[in-house]
Design a protein around this ligand. Sequence first.
Ligand code: UT7
Length: 335
Amino acid sequence: MTAASQTVSRAAVVCGVGAALPPHIVTNADLTARLDTTDEWIRSRTGITQRHVARADLSTTDLAVRAAAQAIADGQPVTVEALVVATTTPDRCCPATAPAVATRLGLTGIPAYDLAAGCTGFLYALATAAGFIAAGTVRTVLVVGADRLATLPAPEDRTTVPLFGDGAGAVVLRHGSAGEAGALGPLVLGSDGTGAGLIRAFRPGALHMDGADVFRHAVDRMSTASRQAATAAGWDVTDIDRLAPHQANSRITSFVARQLGVPDDRRLGNVGDVGNTGAASIPLLLARSAADGRLKPGHRTLLTAFGAGLTWGATTLTWPDLPLTPLPEGAGHDR
Ligand code: UT7
């Protein structure tokens, strides 16, 4: 094999996608019964009408296993050789979530580790997985984003409780060629620790967030990273068929689409039904959008995220043709 063809065969290609949501739903009406807030305030400021919340018997590991199992079952048949779990809410400090997830999937023995980069964690995990594949270390990597962000706010904090939900999403990456559908484009990633205080939680139930500042940074960073990723992929940003932004808030994603000049009907969204699910947000959105037909094979798709750290990122792919089964929990599409 020549050096050039080796490079080509080591692109990371999405070949499976899956998602998992806890069955328990908390509606805005549930929140207005116990917090000084209104359905109108929550919907108009965030676009959120409900969120899925895990009860104590459903862990981050459980959600990760469910999403991962679906990504493996619904993908092209491959043998998973490594696992990365992106999460800010692991079940414990030590050991990491990923080895337990691997074992429950029957994958004991493979390299498996966690990665924390806030709501950008999934894109950071894609980058490390793509690096493993490019280096020839492994040929396939399972990448999971799983979070229980609903555990972070203080239960009485009306400014943060309405925003967050729990869930997991996963993709399987295999080695392939840069030109094929599903191949990840260049990854643009960044961080800025001077903004560390804007979103912080030293333990569950103690989240602090400067909402308005976070909002401004999120729009700026996601717009800039998106342009850079599109340019690096050789795309004109206006050629994008689908924008798949981290689901923090529909006003944020709407501003990003507007700044990029992407028509609003190309912006994927499900924050209304699931809230902000952190590292799970993008793979959950991809899985559900592919299942409900809003994301179709051949769509030029741009992924972008922003989160605590501060961290941000973006990448591109042309959506592949995957053998999907209908998702178990039905959440409609709302942008
Ligand atoms: O992945 C990144 C994670 N974080 C985010 O994406 C969050 C980004 N930020 C946001 O989404 C928005 O800043 C929020 C939705 C959090 C807040 O919207 P906002 O338009 O920036 O509102 P604000 O923070 O400026 O607050 C406006 C008012 C305040 O009252 P005063 O001081 O004007 O009297 C708040 O106390 O709204 C009040 N408020 C509420 N009122 C009713 C805050 N939360 C609520 C609530 N219900 N739940």
